[in-house]
Structures are given as C-alpha cells and as structure tokens.
Design a protein around this ligand. Structure first.
Ligand code: KMT
Ligand code: NI
Length: 224
C-alpha cells in the first residue's frame, strides 16, 4: 500500500464503551444453601460466605451503577423505546451493546398480570438463548446464579443497578422481603424471554456457556 492509499483510508471512529463500575460499587453477593424455605429471605450461610466481584466477573456477569434517582421511568411500559432514554449513561450502554428493545415491568401483585405464575417461573432454574439485561429502576430483589462450582450465589440487586447475565448461565430471580421490584429489561433485537429450565445441557446456549466457563469440581483446596 502506498502512502497516499493509507491517507485515503476512512478514519475509523474509536469505539468508546462505557466502562463497567469498579468492584466497590457492585451489589453484595453471597453463597446460599441449595434448598431454601423462604425464597425472599436473604438465605445467607452461617457464617456468611461473601462472593467477590472477581468471581462474578469470571462467570460473565457485567455491572454498571446507574443514576436512577434523577430519571423517571413509567411503572409499566411494554415496550419502552430505549431511544427515549434521557440518561446519557444509559444511552451510551444502549448504543455500545446494541440494545434496541426495552420494556419496563413492576413485579408486584398490583402491577404484574399473572403475578403468581410469573413469580413461580422466575424462580425456576433456567437459561436463555440470549443475554439477560436488567436495569433496576426501583425496589430490589435477588438474582441467583450458579458459580463455577455449580453452587448458588445470591446477588442482591437494588435501585440503580444495571446487571447483565451471559447467555446460557443457570439462574433464577425472586423479589426480596420488600416484595417489589421495578425493572427495565433490555434486549438486542426482538425480545425472546423463553426460559429453558434445567437440565438443558445440550442446548447450544448452554454448550457455548460451558465452553467459555467450564464447571469445575469443588476440590478441598477450593473450599479452604
Ligand atoms: C427475570 O428474568 O426473572 C425477570 O425478568 C424478573 C423481573 S426483572 C427483575
Ligand atoms: Ni432469566
């Protein structure tokens, strides 16, 4: 290539992605027992075993602390146009990651049609064939995810938390004891919320996830 040809190359706009939030801003996470009586309780082990942000990042979780105080969102909007964002940080994440669809739901008996059934299905262990993106604009709740040893980790998400779970990760959701969460669900393209309940080891999304994040045997050294 001659010098002139190089000069004629269109200048590529460098992609500036909104950096994820530092560890200190991530939600609290801890190991939980395999069986629980009350899904909305904290369900910490005794003594509590906190889970580090490094461990959450390792299983493909991403996180941004957002300003949910200074922007208002409707209680319900199905759909909600992500282009209507007036929050520059949300707009930047939307553009970086190609989130072209959104809706806003409130998980509360008064606001969620079919509340009882939905609450049950949210808490069935499942995967999706796409990333799960949740921006908590009010209230709070628990996302439980399986760590690399296939143990349940409980992540306490609250107003202002934007978290993504990778395609193919086993997870479930419940409100906490305050019983109300107001969340924006984002999606790349047309939304497919279909859960595939465990076991679905042969599902291509599960295979892809396991390839990237192999499930390890919990050795004695890992528990120490
Ligand atoms: C989910 O994926 O379980 C949900 O969408 C629950 C409501 S959003 C916090
Ligand atoms: Ni899900």
């Amino acid at each position: 290539m001659t010098k002139d040809e190089v000069a004629e190359q269109p200048t590529k706009k460098p992609k500036v992605c909104t950096e994820e939030s530092p560890d200190s801003e991530w939600p609290e996470a801890w190991l939980m027992p395999s069986e629980v009586e009350d899904q909305t309780a904290d369900n910490k082990l005794e003594p509590n075993v906190p889970v580090s942000v490094a461990d959450l990042r390792e299983i493909g979780i991403s996180y941004w602390k957002m300003d949910a105080e200074n922007y208002e969102y409707p209680t319900i909007s199905v759909p909600w146009n992500p282009k209507d964002s007036t929050d520059p940080k949300l707009s930047q994440i939307r553009d970086d990651r190609g989130y072209s669809y959104a809706d806003i739901i409130t998980v509360h008996p008064d606001h969620l049609p079919g509340y009882d059934d939905k609450i049950k299905s949210f808490f069935e262990e499942h995967i999706h064939d796409a990333e799960e993106i949740r921006y908590i604009v009010g209230g709070q709740g628990f996302f439980d995810v399986r760590d690399k040893y296939d143990r349940w980790v409980r992540v306490h998400v609250k107003k202002g938390d934007l978290m993504t779970l990778p395609e193919g990760i086993y997870h479930r959701f419940t409100t906490d004891s305050t019983n109300m969460i107001h969340a924006m669900r984002l999606f790349v393209g047309q939304p497919i919320w279909t859960p595939f309940n465990r076991p679905c080891e042969d599902h291509p999304s599960r295979e892809k996830f396991v390839e990237l994040h192999p499930v390890e045997k919990l050795s004695d050294s890992a528990t120490a």
